[in-house]
Design a protein around this ligand. Sequence first.
Ligand SMILES: NC(=O)c1ccc[n+]([C@@H]2O[C@H](COP(=O)([O-])OP(=O)(O)OC[C@H]3O[C@@H](n4cnc5c(N)ncnc54)[C@H](O)[C@@H]3O)[C@@H](O)[C@H]2O)c1
Length: 367
Amino acid sequence: MSLKQSVAVIRGDGIGIDVTEATLQVVEQAMAQVGDCALEYNDIAAGAGYYKDHGVDIEPGGEEKAGESDAIFLGAIGLPSIRHPDGTEISPHLRLRDRYGLYAGVRPIKAYPNAPQRLADPRAAGIDMIILRESTEGLFYSAAVHNRSKVVDNEEVYDSLLVSRNTTERLHKFAFNLARRRKARGKLGRLTCVDKANVFKSMAFFRQIFDEIKADNPDVETSYNYVDAQALDLVRKPWEFDVMVMENIFGDILSDLAGGLVGGMGMASCAEIGDEIGLFQPAHGSAPDIMGQDKANPLAAILSGALMLDYLADKSGNEAFAKSGELIDQAVDNGFAQNRLRPFEFGGDMGTKAMTDEVLTQIGALK
Ligand SMILES: NC(=O)c1ccc[n+]([C@@H]2O[C@H](COP(=O)([O-])OP(=O)(O)OC[C@H]3O[C@@H](n4cnc5c(N)ncnc54)[C@H](O)[C@@H]3O)[C@@H](O)[C@H]2O)c1
């Protein structure tokens, strides 16, 4: 068991800088209150602003340095006004995903009281689920950045979708463990394999491996859903789902749909986990339209900080980190329930600093 863990911090651009600051403040207070755990931070300069000043998108040795810590926290990277000569945006974080094999993309979706609810059914108040998105292959195997598409003259373009045994086995093992962990915390703990196994060989293979791993995890309740039916069910009865595991592009699309059910980008937390290290970041970008105005909702970043603490508990065997993460989750729950968290993003009257202060106050009240 380790009392201290290290975190590589990439603040990045735009509101990424502000929401990172908010997160570190909150994480520090939660840990101080729980005791017996601490973090050491290693700052890494990267992003569009850094590229503008230095001609490279991350400080020298920054990628290697990120992997030397126990976890990576990232604010947001990119500014549409600053680009490479070929027109693409500055995105060193995508290389980190590949370099460290961050295959398990965890996207929690949770409804909070007094936050926007898009569904009229009162059961929508109980939405609490996770989209687990494979994040290194699937159709993104052919993402333009990898230059793997086959282009035939100006007539046909072929993109490939990769499902490998190696990654898929690890993804499904992660999924079963996550469902079990959630069950232990009083959630549904049900695992759904989302695919298109009726049409594609790659998807039948995805499901075949799911079934192989399932045989070793008989205690976890499972079900299957084709991705089109899953889209329908996310609107019809999202409260019936807990953990949904799926290929990359399916997760890309369904996580936005699901996120839309419970608010906006300012609530979308995210973890990307590999075998060696995890990267934690809000799912939103640098929001140049509101940067420097104290308007960003810091909760997506703060909740990502809570995910990071939970991960570090697992990694270090020190449950004090997990308790600190739970304190943050509870503080956000309570803040919404008391209508004391009212972000501008949802038509409220609170900016980044006021929101952060309220989360700190709520944590203090949990003493
Ligand atoms: N992982 C990342 O770092 C990441 C992810 C997505 C986009 N980007 C980059 O960010 C830049 C802007 O991209 P975009 O505008 O498409 O997406 P964005 O997520 O930055 O913004 C989309 C919309 O959501 C709003 N928004 C986002 N986060 C918010 C928050 N915390 N609180 C309140 N409102 C919030 C913005 O104001 C904007 O209207 C681009 O350079 C893009 O490449 C980076």
